[in-house]
Design a binder for this molecule. Structure first.
Ligand code: PAF
Length: 286
């Protein structure tokens, strides 16, 4: 395999705009893949998908402080930008935008975004700062890059629904593409946070997708959801997870609960559970 050329990396918004402006003057379409770095095969799949949809692919690499609560893992979140740039180049990315926190949130920054709809419940209950922070940074990135297309993973399914909603609400002329979750050979959803797991924790984590698949099959067969969710909850604890924030079957688009307690429309099962200090999320179509 031949080595890829080093990936150009820009850190200033002015440099980013100069490159994207050149591309646009040449009539090239642009796809954005927003990331927080610590890239794995899941991200690279997003980059390849972006490459199928646009002439130029730009990945952002920024650990966004506004989507972390003070008690969360902002400081220990893995950062390895050189390795990220190498992986992105190999996946066909054309430019990495890796701004500093000061460039994204300069002194005196005073704007926030509040969302309801798909941002309520699930992650919204346990990480109340999360979707405001995501909406803020993704809106900034969209304004800075002005891409034609942006690609996000279904691994963060609620985030994808939130982004689709604010893009629709704010009339942003960007095509939002969701790409399927990438899993390891045992079915564990790939995540930068898997880096935190010991071998023993990995073995437990690898049981989650099977439990979700069984619950999804029960829900799809018309079993009452309170029972499906209760059994999934018990199975996740039995597998060795220490704590569960939620395991719930919801409408696939707005993530509202099924009022009659049975699935009668497109649905998704979503989970967040803890192994030691690590919080894992996963989801699946029902
Ligand atoms: O999914 C992520 O990695 C982040 O939430 C995103 C979309 C890059 C915003 O910081």
């Amino acid at each position: 395999m031949s080595a890829s050329a080093p990936l150009p990396v820009v850190r200033a918004v002015t440099d980013l705009r100069a490159t994207v402006g050149d591309w646009k003057r040449q009539g090239l379409s642009v796809a954005l893949v927003p990331t927080m770095g610590a890239l794995h095969e899941g991200h690279l799949t997003l980059v390849r998908e972006a490459g199928r949809r646009a002439d130029r692919v730009l990945a952002s690499n920024f650990v966004n402080p506004t989507q972390f609560a003070p008690t969360e893992d902002l400081a220990r979140y893995p950062r390895r930008q050189e390795e990220d740039a190498r992986l992105l180049a190999g996946a066909g990315c054309h430019l990495m935008f890796a701004p500093t926190p000061e460039a994204m949130y300069p002194e005196g920054f005073a704007t926030s975004i509040a969302m309801t709809g798909p941002a309520l419940g699930l992650e919204g209950d346990f990480r109340p700062q999360m979707f405001g922070g995501v909406a803020l940074i993704v809106t900034k990135l969209f304004n800075q890059v002005q891409p034609d297309v942006a690609v996000f993973g279904e691994k963060d399914y609620q985030q994808l629904m939130v982004i689709r909603r604010f893009v629709r609400d704010l009339d942003l002329p960007i095509d939002i593409v969701g790409a399927p979750t990438q899993r390891d050979e045992a079915g564990l959803a790939l995540s930068s946070r898997n880096d935190y797991l010991s071998e023993a924790e990995l073995a437990v984590a690898r049981r989650l997708n099977q439990i979700l698949a069984e619950a999804a099959a029960g829900a799809a067969a018309g079993r009452p959801l309170p029972g499906v969710e209760r059994e999934a909850y018990a199975a996740i604890l039995k597998a060795g997870f220490e704590r569960i924030d939620y395991v719930a079957v919801r409408h696939a688009e707005d993530l509202s609960p099924f009022r009659d307690g049975v699935v009668d429309a497109p649905a998704r099962i979503l989970v967040a559970a803890w192994l030691g200090k690590t919080r894992l999320i996963d989801n699946m179509a029902v």
